[in-house]
Design a protein around this ligand. Structure first.
Ligand code: BDR
Ligand code: CA
Length: 312
């Protein structure tokens, strides 16, 4: 087998986070060193519980789950039960986890793991609180992260919590600002991409047709999850945000983007958490992020269904 890429997934499950975790756990190219949870879509206790339920579903309880920060660095926590339901993974119909979280804090795990290896890739699927806290504690991690691939932001597409801001960045804009100023090689999958990766009846049926526990859990989660966006945006399905991060790692050729300078708004309440992307190179600021804006959505869903088909 070819060498596996070591990754840490920082997440706030969330149905779309759950699908992203399953995609990673199904993919032999990736060595998931650990999953770190953060407060976001639902409070930390639930995001941790959900991550444990998902690793158990995939029969991958060997992957440790570390609970992290229970609130953003500066602002009070806002959650998104109105999208994800009371549990965060409504629709999954999964049993309670039988295994608990690993001992130790997610931030300690991040710092120790990144510092003890040559290069580690981080996949960020929620607010950036854990990663920014780790960076604050040990700035040298910046040189040991080969890539930080994050779902967050929106530019031509605008926001999904306020007209200007996307949820993950809006929840902890100070954390995001420090990550974008860190010099870590960044790849950003914003709403501009994820709003092109919509669920549909056929795409959900493909998970059902796998006739597996995981396929059924995903179909149930997506049927619950899609109602919010379909109503809000009048679309035929919901954006499968977070799996885009893992798909980018597995098959970057399905995506297209541009390196740009990106900065996060942390002052104005009106535009708080906005990702200001210098797409047209209007400033002389050094690009700090590969901003993705195109996805081959058919090949993305084929990859996803194919990989999920490998799970029980
Ligand atoms: C992001 O926010 C959450 O609701 C999703 O899990 C995704 O990470 C989309 O704005
Ligand atoms: Ca998420």
């Amino acid at each position: 087998m070819a060498e596996q890429r070591p990754i840490i997934i920082d997440t706030d499950p969330g149905q779309d986070d759950a699908v992203a975790l399953l995609l990673a756990l199904a993919s032999e190219e990736l060595d998931v060193l650990g999953i770190t949870t953060v407060a976001g879509n639902v409070p930390l206790e639930l995001t941790t519980r959900n991550a444990l339920m998902i690793t158990e579903l995939a029969e991958r309880s060997d992957v440790p789950v570390f609970a992290g920060c229970d609130r953003p660095t500066v602002r009070p926590l806002i959650t998104a039960e109105y999208v994800h339901g009371k549990t965060g993974i409504d629709g999954s119909n999964l049993p309670d986890p039988t295994v608990g979280a690993a001992s130790g804090h997610a931030v300690d795990f991040l710092v120790e793991t990144v510092m003890s290896r040559d290069q580690t890739t981080i996949c960020a699927l929620g607010p950036l609180t854990n990663i920014a806290t780790a960076l604050d504690r040990e700035p040298a991690i910046a040189q040991r992260i080969d890539q930080l691939i994050l779902m967050g932001g929106g530019f031509f597409e605008g926001g999904n919590v306020t007209p200007a801001a996307e949820f993950n960045i809006y929840v902890d804009p100070q954390a995001a600002a420090s990550i974008f100023a860190s010099g870590i090689p960044l790849v950003m999958l914003p709403l501009d991409v994820t709003h092109k990766a919509l669920t549909s009846d056929d795409r959900i049926d493909a998970f059902k047709e796998l006739d597996s526990r995981t396929g059924r859990a995903i179909a149930g989660m997506l049927e619950f999850f899609e109602r919010y966006d379909m109503e809000r945006y009048g679309t035929g399905g919901a954006p499968l945000h977070d799996p885009c991060v893992i798909a980018y790692l597995l098959a970057p050729e399905l995506f297209d983007g541009r390196t740009c300078y990106v900065e996060i708004e942390t002052t104005s309440e009106l535009t708080m958490g906005m990702t200001v992307v210098d797409w047209w190179g209007l400033t002389d600021r050094e690009p700090n992020c590969l901003v993705i804006h195109q996805i081959d959505d058919n090949r993305f869903y084929s990859l996803l269904t194919d990989r999920i088909g490998r799970l029980p």
